[in-house]
Design a binder for this molecule. Structure first.
Ligand SMILES: [Zn+2]
Length: 139
């Protein structure tokens, strides 16, 4: 018996992010008033409190700032993928994002260049980050 993975939680605010992911596009909210990029999705800019936010396609590029190697998961469906890397990527546009990294634990290093990739698991397109330029199929 296979165990289903937990699905991303969509709210009215985060729905555009997931709709774009489903189409293979990585997007961020940008503030119309101060121009800064925002992640996670919000109703108001955390810098100037404007509610004029616009979804725009983003580079999907960034640098790895910190990480953990996961040996035991909080969900049984991920256990067969252990050990794997979860970390914080500082996106080129500025915000930080906690994400699952498709990088061998022995090859991960501080400030490594990473880029987003999209993988369909159980009919759900999910964003992961890989070492920039890595074409290894992971799943
Ligand atoms: Zn702002």
């Amino acid at each position: 018996m296979s165990i289903s993975l937990p699905k991303p939680l969509r709210t009215s605010i985060s729905k555009p992010f997931w709709d774009n992911i489903a189409e293979g596009r990585f997007s961020l909210q940008f503030c119309d008033d101060c121009s800064r990029a925002i992640f996670y999705p919000r109703a108001h800019c955390p810098f100037c409190f404007s509610n004029q936010l616009t979804w725009k396609e983003a580079s999907g590029q960034g640098k790895l700032q910190t990480w953990s190697i996961i040996y035991r998961t909080d969900h049984p469906a991920w256990q067969e993928k252990t050990p794997y890397v979860v970390g914080v990527v500082e996106l080129t546009e500025g915000p930080s994002m906690l994400t699952h990294l498709l990088i061998e634990p022995s090859e991960v290093f501080y400030q490594m260049d990473v880029s987003v990739c999209f993988i369909t698991i159980e009919d759900e397109v999910l964003p992961f980050f890989k070492a920039k330029g890595d074409d290894t199929p992971w799943f």
